[in-house]
Design a protein around this ligand. Structure first.
Ligand code: AMP
Ligand code: TRP
Length: 342
């Protein structure tokens, strides 16, 4: 992997705006761990400054940030090999975010579909931060000159904007300073769908808890949610093409494949002709076998919150050490006087 002449560096973030879901695990966390295991430099962040674009109860936000960090570690992120921290502890993010607000154009921002979805008919009444969010996201990535960003499919447009911001900054100032990042959107689970509606993404903000599997759900709850997941009356077909218009069935097959580390083709061959009762029960067993150890480890880690805070602080120190020299150069490039004695 390479993005021009910049050394490979991976950055990704997850919002602590609620508990994490199976979608976050398969689309993000699991893949973050794979990147770490490939020996690439990896920086992972609980993006608390993003979370407050929608109002958060302060005490819950703190807990969700710790819980998210515990989920990273329980899923296999080693805070010694990867840098793991919460965004607000490294001020480079908001500093560069402001500078990017002055680079990005209103027109580019207005095309962001996630903003339109989230704001809906309420666009006069959402925070300015929610609108500016993708510019802070670009800053998260580029404050480290990161070259590759593993994310789920829903973040593709934001990463295209990040590329446009880097290109415009480089052009405006006549420099080759920021890398043009490569989105890393791969695997069968780049878009895990709701268990109640195959047209909607599984999301921590869906009002129905039945629509998602939370990383904190116990085995019984997981099994029940899978058993009750919406499907159709037909048995499973013997090829993926036949699943094209059967969104809910296709989603369950993809989830199975991602959990088992198999291709969707393999899964459909193995379960060709099976009724959903049979398939769902196998899927529930697989989901519990994968998630239960993670849930238990998260619970264990959450008992020592001081230790989680210590890990986040240490990660933030290491992140700051990478970002600070980059920010010094950015200020110099854009013409800011830096005369304080530090
Ligand atoms: P968020 O929860 O919005 O902060 O998302 C954190 C990461 O999880 C991002 O990389 C998302 O693309 C990914 N993600 C969130 N929901 C899903 C989903 N339903 N399927 C796949 N990836 C997801
Ligand atoms: N916008 C991402 C989401 O909602 C979270 C995020 C913030 C992120 N900053 C990032 C992801 C930087 C990748 C890189 O899912």
């Amino acid at each position: 992997m390479s993005a021009g002449s910049f050394p490979t560096r991976i950055f990704s973030g997850i919002q602590p705006s609620g508990g994490l879901t199976l979608g976050n695990y398969l689309g993000a966390l699991k893949r973050f761990v794979e990147k770490q295991e490939e020996g690439i430099e990896t920086i992972y962040c609980m993006v608390d400054m993003h979370a407050i674009t929608v109002w958060q109860d302060p005490e819950k936000l703190r807990q969700q940030t710790r819980e998210g960090a515990a989920a990273f570690i329980a899923a296999g992120i080693d805070p010694k090999r990867s840098i793991l921290f919460n965004q607000s502890q490294v001020t480079a993010h908001v500093e560069l975010g402001w500078i990017f607000n002055c680079i990005v154009r209103m027109g580019w921002m207005s095309r962001m579909t996630q903003f339109k979805d989230k704001a809906g008919k309420n666009s006069e009444n959402v925070s300015l931060g929610l609108f500016a969010y993708p510019s802070l996201m670009a800053a998260d990535i580029l404050a480290y000159k990161s070259t590759h960003v593993p994310v789920g499919d829903d973040q593709k447009q934001h990463l295209e904007l990040c590329r446009d911001i880097a290109i415009k900054f480089n052009n405006d100032y006549g420099v080759e300073f920021f890398p043009v990042v490569e989105p890393v959107i791969e695997g069968v689970a780049t878009r895990v769908m709701s268990l109640r509606d195959g047209t909607k993404k599984m999301s921590k903000s869906d009002p129905s808890d039945q629509s998602r599997i939370n990383l904190t759900d116990d085995p019984d709850t997981i099994a029940k949610k899978i058993r009750k997941a919406k499907t159709d009356p037909e048995p499973l077909p013997d090829n993926l093409n036949a699943l094209k218009d059967r969104l809910e069935a296709k989603n369950l097959v993809n989830i199975y494949a991602a959990l088992a580390g198999q291709t969707a083709e393999r899964v459909i061959k193995d379960y060709a002709g099976a009724q959903f009762g049979t398939f769902k029960s196998a899927l529930a067993d697989l989901a519990v076998a994968t998630l239960e150890p993670i849930t238990l480890e998260m619970k264990r880690l959450m008992q020592d919150q001081a230790e989680i805070d210590r890990i986040l602080g240490e990660g933030a120190d290491r992140a700051d050490a990478l970002a600070r020299p980059i920010m010094d150069q950015v200020y110099d490039i854009i013409g800011m006087i830096r005369s304080r004695r530090r």
